[in-house]
Design a protein around this ligand. Structure first.
Ligand code: 5AD
Ligand code: SF4
Length: 441
């Protein structure tokens, strides 16, 4: 195609960006480019950016600045949500950005690279009616754990969130596309598939029999794929979870006992100001129903502290919901005003020191809970999916059903599912030993 031969893709932010990054790599690979090796300067660097909080967005520009100092002077493509939000403005801000490509337009990346090689500075932030997925090559190889985007965009319009603007309106990929991609991933080596969507619980579609359904129907179909051992999905919205999906957690052994279900805050007044479409009570009752279907279910959540107008007492309610829900893991953030979102113009923006203090208290409580959750697994036996090589000689790292990293000394390979006994627990990992049964086998 062009003189550009090697590429490097750096993805920031959510798992959907990781998925998009892989797909961009596949597209460039089809055009004869190859991924730069570790330590090798690439001819093309794609920064697949995140716009969710100010810090994440600023990181994109500091990376561009760093690349500009690189002797090789790589072609720089700004991709992802910052690209979508800023469009051509990004190139006015930095002369080193050669290409701007939004998350719905990256199937055209190879063309844009060709244009840039001829000296143009293309900007493509279209959200075309024809799905980018149709223009993408079939998936071939996969690691043991794969991501599969099933729905994109979001119609929820939480008042703090840029996603409905950067990723656009909610769109579900068609049933057959998803099933075909899952089959290809399993053929290529995947044992676990995580279905992705900004609001994955809003997925809807029609199966090959013309039956209309939601995520439950899809999960039950994928569970019938031989060789696929584990299914997960993320991120869910509490207002979109239905009985069928709850029941599937009790009935489908391949559906892992882990649910990422953000609540964001623990005060009904704040949830209303956030436009969350649920209350604290409806959230806690929902969790109870999931736990009734699958008693060992681990819950994880997202939290924002310091939403405009949040009082000390309202923050205390967030701590209370954490105590009531009991999280296995969680992500918590200081509120970051995002341009164009309603909350950015709300009165009562909270002082940074107050946010710092609240975040520290929240994180202390959440860490306590995740350590307690990890410790509760000591003395139990579990299956782990080996997905990485550990740093120590002979050590491998696997994923537990509850998404914990489990370190184990074993000669098992990446992609194996291994039964281990849990001997110890740390805040972010478990230590396993291969059980005598396994060793004898
Ligand atoms: N400020 C801070 N955190 C945010 N999130 C989304 N928008 C913002 C914002 N403006 C958090 C939410 C969401 C997660 C992906 O990021 O908790 O669930
Ligand atoms: Fe953003 Fe709310 Fe949609 Fe999640 S549900 S992507 S927080 S608007």
């Amino acid at each position: 195609m062009t003189d550009t031969k090697t590429y490097r893709i750096k993805s920031f932010g959510c798992q959907m960006n990781v998925y998009d990054g892989e797909r961009m790599g596949e597209l460039l690979g089809e055009k004869g480019m190859r991924a730069a090796k570790d330590g090798e300067d690439a001819d093309l660097v794609v920064l697949n950016t995140c716009h969710i909080r100010e810090k994440a967005a600023e990181k994109a520009y500091s990376d561009v600045g760093r690349l500009a100092k690189n002797e090789k002077k790589p072609m720089v493509a700004l991709a992802g949500c910052v690209a979508q939000a800023e469009g051509g403005e990004a190139q006015r801000r930095s002369e080193h950005i050669d290409i701007v490509v939004g998350p719905q337009a990256y199937h055209r990346l190879p063309e844009l690279v060709e244009q840039a090689a001829k000296g143009a500075r293309p900007v493509d932030t279209d959200m075309p009616a024809i799905s980018k997925f149709d223009a993408m090559p079939k998936r071939r190889r996969s690691g043991p754990s794969a991501f599969l985007t099933v729905a994109e965009g979001c119609d929820k319009f939480c008042t703090y969130c840029v996603v409905p603007y950067t990723r656009g309106t909610e769109i579900s990929r068609p049933w057959s596309d998803i099933v075909d991609e899952a089959l290809a991933l399993v053929d290529g080596g995947a044992k676990e598939i995580t279905l992705l969507g900004q609001n994955v619980s809003a997925w809807s579609g029609e199966n090959e029999k013309g039956q209309q359904g939601g995520l439950e129907l899809l999960v039950r179909r994928l569970a019938r794929i031989d060789g696929l051992e584990r299914i997960r999905y993320t991120t869910s919205h509490p207002a979109d979870m239905d009985e069928g999906l709850i029941a599937a957690h009790g009935e489908e052994p391949k559906l892992m006992p882990y649910l990422h279900l953000p609540v964001q805050a623990g005060s009904d007044r704040i949830l209303k100001a956030m436009n969350r479409h649920h209350t604290v009570d409806s959230y806690l009752k929902l969790i109870e129903r999931f736990r009734a279907a699958r008693p060992d279910l681990a819950i994880s959540g997202d939290f924002i502290v310091g939403f405009p107008g949040e009082t000390d007492a309202e923050f205390e309610e967030t701590l209370q919901v954490v105590r009531d829900a009991d999280y296995a893991s969680a992500y918590s953030f200081k509120y970051s005003p995002r341009p164009g979102t309603p909350a950015a113009d709300m009165d009562g923006q909270v002082a940074p020191q107050v946010m710092d203090e609240r975040l520290q208290r929240l994180q202390a409580l959440l860490s306590e809970q995740s350590l307690a959750f990890n410790r509760s697994k000591i003395g139990t036996q579990m299956d782990i999916l080996i997905d990485r090589v550990g740093k120590r000689e002979g050590q491998m790292i696997g994923k537990s059903p509850w998404l914990q990293s489990v370190f184990v000394a074993t000669d098992a390979d990446i992609g194996d599912i291994l039964t281990v006994d849990i001997a110890d627990a740390l805040p972010n990992s478990l230590h396993g030993i291969t059980s005598p049964k396994e060793a004898a086998a």
